[in-house]
Design a protein around this ligand. Structure first.
Ligand code: PEP
Length: 249
């Protein structure tokens, strides 16, 4: 059975006070044993979130080397050493705003696995790519490139997040049918590339998920959780989504 994961990506938000309040709220929540909850604070708030038995912590990015003269960068090894279990790789904001290529993403995924982290590989098409009709090819190419340095055992350590770019932070969500179609495609790509391993890999949906649409999306056969941006900044809303997820399986 696949792990059901609800992950909150705070992006470049989250003061020390915010982190403390979120931690208290999550520590007092009652869904933890039924799902895996992960928070992705900015680097400077990670420390405040570590050590809870109720949720895991991840970084929003990592570098393509494990150590050395790379001022300002943070390696997968350092992220794991700090106590994180997860790292986001290839988020669309990094691909579009910071020029992260598939090749860079593939290298980060490999190093993250090597450091013992679970990389959450983010993939998804732009609005133009959706409208041109070749969105499944685009997503397939991102999945294959992101995982191309892994073998069949290593790939089981990865979580994939399908996040259509046109749905991120826009309030527009993919319909359950649209999301399920791409999730099923990703699973079949994973199964053929890695000898059936796709059935064991959690594939999360991300893009304007909120408590009103979570149940429908999480009810789809190939949607194994959500990567939540804006709605993860409100503890009540995030916890409601976690509860919906816990009740959905
Ligand atoms: C995200 O940042 O990964 C995301 C899905 O954001 P939002 O939920 O705000 O669309």
């Amino acid at each position: 059975m696949r792990n059901l994961v609800i992950a909150g990506n705070w992006k470049m938000n989250g003061s020390q006070t915010f982190a403390q309040e979120m931690r208290e709220a999550l520590d007092n929540a009652d869904f933890s044993e039924r799902i895996t909850t992960v928070v992705f604070p900015p680097f400077l708030a990670i420390h405040a979130m570590l050590g809870s038995g109720k949720f895991a912590v991840g970084a929003q990015n990592c570098y393509t080397e494990q150590s050395g003269a790379y001022t300002g960068e943070v390696s997968p090894e350092l992220i794991a050493d700090a106590g994180c279990q997860y790292v986001l790789v290839g988020h669309s904001e990094r691909r579009t705003l910071l020029g992260e290529t598939d090749q860079v993403v593939g290298k980060k995924v490999k190093l993250a696995v090597f450091a013992g982290l679970t990389p959450v590989l983010c993939v998804g098409e732009t609005l133009d790519e959706r409208e041109s009709g070749n969105f499944k090819d685009v997503v397939e190419q991102q999945v294959v490139a992101g995982l191309k340095e892994l073998n069949g055992d290593e790939v089981k350590q990865v979580v994939v997040a399908y996040e259509p770019v046109w749905a991120i932070g826009t309030g527009k969500t993919a319909s359950a049918d649209q999301a399920q179609e791409v999730h099923a495609h990703i699973r079949s790509v994973l199964n053929s590339a890695f000898d059936g391993a796709g059935d064991a890999i959690s594939i999360l949906y991300g893009g304007s998920v909120k408590s009103e649409n979570a149940a429908e999306l999480l009810g789809c056969a190939d949607i194994d959780g959500g990567l939540i941006g804006g709605a993860s900044l409100n503890s009540k809303e995030f916890i409601t989504i976690c509860r919906i997820a816990a009740d959905s399986h």
